[in-house]
Design a protein around this ligand. Structure first.
Ligand code: ZN
Ligand code: ZN
Length: 375
């Protein structure tokens, strides 16, 4: 690969002025108007890149010492080429048409996507729900149906740009005067003007409108789940197709249940006597009444799992579980008879408890230890 000096045809001792002069001359010769050869563009890029490095004293120093710039060659067209008061990309666009000299722009464009959020209850997330929404988006103008014009009138060719949508402008640059194409200010680059715009949409072809719609929120959604509704977003200008509507779900916190993935957790308080003796308890759940069996000798913190009564899996089949955390309630505000009975029970069980022993095991501690590691 030839050096940047070779590319510009100057010696490594060339002054900044000599480098600039050499570059000007080469760049002019490689202008596509003068030199439409297929590799003119590539050579111009190489020449411009060489100039970009050698015209910057700091980059030139790095290049002279390491043989490349910045220790790694990012190639042409990367970031950082537009410094030094000289926009290389602009020159490129001018010479090689990267700026889109491909005729007038179309008025008709696809509309943007729209995003709204909707709140649902936890029960709705468990089973899914149909939700009525008010959506405020642009819609194609019903009066002109997107033509933008009043009645049967039509857009007319722009006099200023002759329908090309672009005007030529002379720009001063290091190469001297170059012509550059810019969107026509009169027709905004469309090549046509609407002389008699539709009253309802002011010639935009779309208006804002509020509409009600009912969406199906599938079972299993969580806060942050987005439902995509194709073509329900903002209508494009001039009858352009609508973007998509995204409905973002927010699930309200529930007074009873805490959700963890697709499992639900809730606490059931049971009296000490029921925990000791065991009992059958009927429970109201999202799925209606359930009988659960509290075994004799139940400890606080034990969990009864009701399989398949959690949240529906959003993808795939089945549901999570409902985990009922049992909380044993110690009696308070006992009358004398109750207190006497309990004292008698304590005596029968030899539980006149006066000496404790600390232990780091069981129940909540075991769980905490699992989570925190050794403690
Ligand atoms: Zn209209
Ligand atoms: Zn124009």
């Amino acid at each position: 690969m030839s050096s940047h000096y070779d590319v510009l045809g100057v010696s490594p001792e060339a002054t900044g002025e000599e480098i600039k002069k050499a570059y000007r001359k080469l760049a002019r010769n490689l202008h596509p108007d003068m030199n439409p050869g297929p590799d003119a563009s590539d050579r111009f890029k190489a020449v411009t890149h060489a100039y970009e490095v050698l015209s910057d004293p700091q980059k030139r120093r790095v290049y002279d010492t390491t043989g490349n710039e910045n220790g790694n060659d990012s190639g042409f067209g990367g970031a950082g080429h537009a410094g030094q008061g000289f926009a290389f990309q602009d020159i490129f666009d001018t010479f090689f048409g990267a700026g889109g000299s491909s005729g007038p722009a179309s008025r008709v464009r696809r509309g943007q996507d729209a995003l709204i959020s909707v709140r649902v209850e936890l029960k709705d997330a468990v089973f899914g729900v149909n939700k009525k929404l008010d959506v405020d988006t642009a819609v194609t103008c019903p009066t002109c149906e997107g033509s933008c014009c009043r009645g049967n009138s039509q857009p007319e060719r722009c006099d200023i740009c002759g329908g090309s949508g672009q005007v030529q402008r002379a720009v001063r640059s290091i190469l001297g005067q170059v012509m550059t194409a810019a969107p026509c200010g009169s027709c905004e680059g469309f090549g046509t003007v609407i002389k008699d715009p539709c009253n309802e949409c002011n010639g935009q072809g779309r208006i804002r409108s509020r509409r009600s719609m009912t969406i199906k929120v599938p079972a299993g959604v969580a806060t942050g789940t987005r439902i995509q509704l194709g073509g329900q977003g903002e209508a494009g200008p001039a009858g352009g197709p609508a973007g998509d509507l995204y409905v973002e779900i927010r699930v309200n916190n529930d007074a009873t249940y805490v959700r963890d993935g697709d499992d639900l957790h809730a606490t059931l308080n049971i009296p000490m006597t029921a925990a000791a003796l065991g009992t059958e308890v009927s429970l109201e759940t999202f799925d209606g009444g359930q009988q659960i069996d509290v075994k004799a000798g139940t400890q606080s913190g034990e969990i009864i799992t009701l399989k398949g009564l959690g949240v529906t899996h959003l993808r795939g089949y089945g549901r999570g579980d409902l985990k009922v955390h049992l909380q044993v309630e110690t009696p308070v505000r006992m009358d004398q008879a109750q207190e006497d009975l309990l004292r008698q029970l304590a005596k029968l069980r030899s539980e006149q408890y006066t000496e404790g022993k600390l232990a780091a095991s069981g129940g909540m501690f075991a769980k905490l230890r699992d989570r925190l590691g050794n403690f």
